[in-house]
Design a protein around this ligand. Structure first.
Ligand code: C5P
Length: 246
């Protein structure tokens, strides 16, 4: 069950631009973060590449530097294993972490139990629905899921809600339907963001930051358009301006 502390965070639903630190070494991460002036601490995402390369200490160090952290390890295993792994992650004091909703409602409930600390607090927990790199044709032909991609994402989101999760990762194109089905306080965290003129890379279901805002996304995760830009700081600020206009 969400704690009061989580509810405060969750119900406020402050919109955020999250930068994935998709690097393989601490050196590259710190060089990247050094591009930001002292008072500007972007919300960052630590994914598998960095976590598996540098281990939990990189999480502690980035936290010490004052950043909010989304730990994106996409857990997916039997309920007992996920529960124990989540208990270990809860001690890292991250703000947000995730799992694959395909692991079933039972697995998600076990994850929440593991993540909840003895004092009742826990990081927010969201579920990955279908990866934004997956097209409907691939999902249907390779995974034999005959429903539409949107209906599949919606079903995963409803399962996540039933299990007590705080939200889902989905494409911006699905955010409005997820909100309509699961409630306005159910977080939608959306990768697959590209500036109007950027390449889509390997992402398939994409939107620009301003469209993502119109579609009701709460947090957008913007990687290559920022970290591979000639001027990453300017690209980040442009993203914030387009997603959160004052
Ligand atoms: O560079 P790009 O903007 O495509 O980066 C997207 C980030 O979001 C990557 O770190 C990727 O692992 C992550 N992600 C995703 N799709 C999901 C969940 C996470 O692209 N469904």
């Amino acid at each position: 069950m969400p704690t009061e502390k989580n509810c405060e965070k969750n119900c406020a639903l402050k919109k955020e631009v999250i930068i994935p630190l998709d690097f393989s070494s601490a050196r590259e991460v710190f060089d990247f973060l050094a591009l930001f002036p002292q008072g500007e601490k972007p919300y960052v995402k630590i994914g598998m590449e960095l976590f598996y390369s540098e281990g939990p200490e990189i999480v502690r160090e980035i936290k010490r530097r004052g950043h909010k952290i989304f730990l994106d390890l996409k857990l997916h295993d039997i309920p007992n294993t996920v529960k124990k792994a989540m208990a270990a992650l809860s001690r890292l004091e991250v703000d947000l972490c995730n799992l694959h909703t395909a692991g079933t409602i039972e697995m998600m409930r076990a994850a929440l139990k593991g993540l909840t600390r003895p004092d009742g607090t826990r990081p927010l927990l969201i579920g990955v629905t279908q990866l934004t790199s997956t097209s409907e044709a691939r999902m249907q032909s390779e995974l034999l899921i005959s429903a539409s991609l949107e209906d599949t994402v919606l079903r995963y989101a409803k399962n996540a809600k039933a299990a007590g999760l705080d939200g889902v990762v989905c494409s911006p194109l699905e955010a409005a339907r997820v909100k309509a089905a699961c409630g306005k306080d159910f977080l939608t965290v959306t990768p697959g963001i590209r500036f109007a003129e950027s390449s889509s890379d390997d992402q398939v279901r994409i939107a620009a930051p301003a469209n993502a805002r119109e579609m009701g996304c709460d947090y957008i995760v913007v990687g290559r358009p920022i970290i591979a830009a000639g001027d990453p700081l300017a690209a980040y600020r442009r993203c914030v301006k387009e997603f959160l206009p004052i």
